[in-house]
Design a protein around this ligand. Sequence first.
Ligand code: NI
Length: 255
Amino acid sequence: MFKNKIFDTHAHYDEEAFNEDRDTLIRQMHENGIGKIINVGADISSSLKSIELARKYDFIYAAVGVHPYDAEHMTEEDYKMLQKCCKSFKVVAIGEIGLDYHYDDHDAEAQKYWFERQLQLCKEAEMPVIIHSRDASQDTFDIIKKSGVRKGVIHAFSGSAELAAEYVKMGFYIGVGGVVTFKNAKKLVEVVEKTPLTRILTETDSPYLSPTPFRGERNNSQNLRYVVEKIGSIKQMDPETVISVTYENAEMLFF
Ligand code: NI
C-alpha cells in the first residue's frame, strides 16, 4: 500500500456492472489507497447519475456530457439539460465527448456537430473537457484546435508520442490507464516515457480496461496501483512520486 492517495480521473460507477456492490466498493476506496474519483457521464442519464454519486460521496466529483456513440440521438433539449447540469454541485468537467470512428455505422457528421457544440459549452461554462477519441485522431485534434478550448485531458490516450506532445503544447493532459500495463502497449509506453509527469493523469475507465494481471475482468479504481507502478518503472521514478505529482495535476485541472 502506498502512503499517498491516487486520483482516478475517469470512472463509470453508475454502470450496471456495479449494481450488485456499488456502495460497498465505493466505501472501501479510501482505505485502499484512492483519494478522489471523477465519475464521467456518457449520455444524459449517466450524467445525472454521476451528479447523484457526487452528492452522495464527498470524494466523488462529476463530469457531464454525451459520448460520440450517442451523438446521433442528441437533441437541443439534451444540450439545454447539459447546460443546467454544468451548474450543479461538484460538476467539474464536460465529458466524455469526442469522436469515435471505430464502428462502420458511425454517423461522423452528427458526432462532429455535437462535439463542437459541447466544446463551446466548455468555454461558456469555463470548464475543462474530457476527450474520448478512437480511430479519429486527426479530426479530434483539428476540432479541438479550432474550438479554442485549451483545458482538458485526452482520456485513454492512444496516439503517438508526437501527437501527445502537440496536445501538451496546447495545454492538455494525457490520460493513462490500464492499457499501459498490457504486453502490446509499446506506443503508450513511449508516450509515457516522453511526456512530462506534470502532464499525465491517472485514470481507470472502470468498469473497463483493467490492468494486467486483471485484464478482461471488471475494473475498479483500486487497480490504479498497477498503473502507477508501471508509470514509475517506465520513467524510473518512485511510484509515490508518480502518485503525488499526478494527483496534483488533477487538482490543478479540475479544481
Ligand atoms: Ni469512459
